[in-house]
Design a protein around this ligand. Structure first.
Ligand code: ADP
Ligand code: MG
Length: 257
């Protein structure tokens, strides 16, 4: 049985997609069978693994809104052991179209049920909001991984996210747990980054990963080449740290289960 991890934070630009793609590729590199589920209408994870959105006539939208079996929308990527359910701009309608539908919060959960057998990890890349799409992700998941950018207002907005997680635990998914908090885009040359790390650790304690993602030019470049960092530049610092993170996530799973 695979583990489903939602990567969520309603703030944009904190490293959700970068972490979804590169954690997934790291886990795949370590011989796990991995599926990325892109539920952000921007489809950045989709293009980030080299899938041309213009070529897609089906995506996660058809699964969520039209009950198309998820298996039919899975596509392989160039990375061994890594598949993706893509998102296209069509998904932007789903947030509104789902509102009047039956069991609107559990649609993703239902559609991933069969796939859970086939993968070791299913990683869901969430949009930058706490709307129905993110609720669907949290309802489907065993755990949620929260990327936090190492910047001045790092903790701002996190109470809102934690509150949403509590509401989902209460009403939709009792067993949802926090997988971990990932510090991203650290600029090691500034004191600010170090201060933010201390502040976040004070709040989340041992939930914070030892691996801290540095600000790294190659990590920023990789998506425009449609590749995870591990194939784009395997020797870069970014590649090294995301691989370390994948190992941490794997050992976490053993402890939890
Ligand atoms: P989100 O999905 O939370 O909106 P992204 O992962 O898309 O955030 O990251 C926002 C932008 O920052 C993207 O252009 C991405 O390429 C870049 N980026 C993310 N992480 C890093 C990093 N560690 N170093 C350099 N650039 C990064
Ligand atoms: Mg994103």
């Amino acid at each position: 049985m695979g583990k489903i991890i939602a990567i969520a934070n309603q703030k944009g630009g904190v490293g959700k997609t970068t972490s979804s793609v590169n954690l997934s590729a790291g886990l795949a590199h370590l011989k796990n069978k991995v599926l990325i589920v892109d539920i952000d209408p921007q489809g950045n994870a989709t293009s980030g693994v080299g899938i041309n959105k213009a070529d897609m006539n089906q995506c996660i939208y058809n699964v969520l809104v039209e009950d198309l079996p998820a298996e039919e929308v899975c596509v392989p990527t160039k990375v061994e052991n890594l598949d993706i359910i893509p998102a296209t701009i069509q998904l932007s309608g789903a947030e509104i179209e789902l509102v009047p539908t039956i069991s609107r919060e559990i649609r993703l959960k239902k559609s991933l049920e069969n796939l859970k057998e086939e993968y070791d990890y299913i990683i869901i890349d969430c949009p930058p909001s706490l709307g129905l799409l993110t609720i669907n992700a949290l309802t489907s998941s065993d755990t949620v991984l929260i990327p936090v950018q190492c910047e001045y207002y790092a903790l701002e907005g996190l109470s809102q996210l934690l509150n949403t997680i509590r509401l989902v635990q209460k009403h939709l998914n009792k067993s949802l747990m926090i997988e971990g908090v990932l510090l991203t885009m650290l600029d090691a040359r500034t004191n600010l980054g170090i201060q933010v790390i201390e502040e976040v650790k004070k709040y989340f304690q041992d939930k914070v990963y030892k691996s801290v993602i540095p600000r790294n030019v190659r990590l920023g470049e990789a998506p425009s080449h449609g590749e995870p960092i591990i194939t784009y530049d395997p020797k870069s610092k970014g590649s090294e740290v995301y691989l370390e993170l994948a190992k941490e996530v794997m050992s976490n799973g053993e402890r939890v289960r």
